[in-house]
Write a protein that binds this ligand. Sequence first.
Ligand code: FAD
Length: 306
Amino acid sequence: MLRSVILAAARSSRVERLVATAPFSRDVVRRFVAGATTDDALRATRELAAGGLAVTLDHLGEDTVIPEQATAVRDEYVTLLGALSAAGLSAGADVSVKLSALGQKFDDQLAYDYAQSICRAASEVGTTVTLDMEDHTTTDSTLDILTKLRTDFPTTGAVLQAYLRRTEADCRELATAGSRVRLCKGAYKEPESVAFQSALEVDKSYVRCMNILMSGEGYPMLATHDPRLITIGADRARWFDRAPEEFEFQMLYGIRPEEHARLAGEGYTVRVYVPYGGQWYGYLMRRLAERPANLTFFARALSSKK
Ligand SMILES: Cc1cc2nc3c(=O)[nH]c(=O)nc-3n(C[C@H](O)[C@H](O)[C@H](O)COP(=O)(O)OP(=O)(O)OC[C@H]3O[C@@H](n4cnc5c(N)ncnc54)[C@H](O)[C@@H]3O)c2cc1C
């Protein structure tokens, strides 16, 4: 119930204005977001690399409504990739891109063209690109654009969400040689017609999807902080004889950092999803919805300002 309310607020521009301008928000944001600038993204990448962790960088922003905004997002990624390369941090890094930030909701050809520019810039510096998955109304368009991008840039990664009823079938389609697929539970508010609603059903779906990806020929990227699913992931790697470089765990910046370090210490590949930039509202609200206990950060930040 609380999750639904927070996710509904994530789409409200009135609540956004309220939260985004509140002085206490800054302290809460700092826990989940690396900072506002490209330099902040580089600093976080350097720090994580020093701890044996890989990164995927997300320039925050989504649901772009005019072409000029989409152009700015494309330019931001190209700048980031150049800066990563200049700092010697681009090899083995990944960038996560939301097609809605590139105009998908009003012109999917524009989103494809801009995603292609980002893939080209990334491939020139040895970095891969992963297309984040957004709400279910965009799934078909995102997978279509993925297929087209993979013609020239076969390492382009997909994201599949275990809460969607269709995802087992999508996993089967995408578990092919060289195919990078991030499996996550899913972060949006979705209707029962398309998505499992209970945590148990979502977890069971995650395991079924993980079985397909881990026994397939692609490169699975298991994106979860759930201790049970991480244990099952490690088990499946043993069952299906996957070496640490043949799959990876992924987690979000600021969430269970001790687990990032523990898994990396055991020799697993661990990639941290590092968001940066000023448009943090939608991202933060999804993190709050996943764990309403995070609202206590707001409460604490608020009371410390009194
Ligand atoms: C690398 C990465 C990329 C992602 N990309 C996408 C995407 O493209 N599209 C999409 O829809 N979703 C994406 N997600 C989000 C994902 O769908 C889930 O909403 C999110 O990961 C929470 O699910 P969980 O698997 O961690 O399990 P949960 O059952 O939600 O959490 C398990 C445990 O992890 C910890 N935890 C989880 N979330 C939080 C939090 N916000 N704050 C503090 N602790 C927490 C808690 O200890 C919790 O008990 C991504 C997640 C990751 C890790």
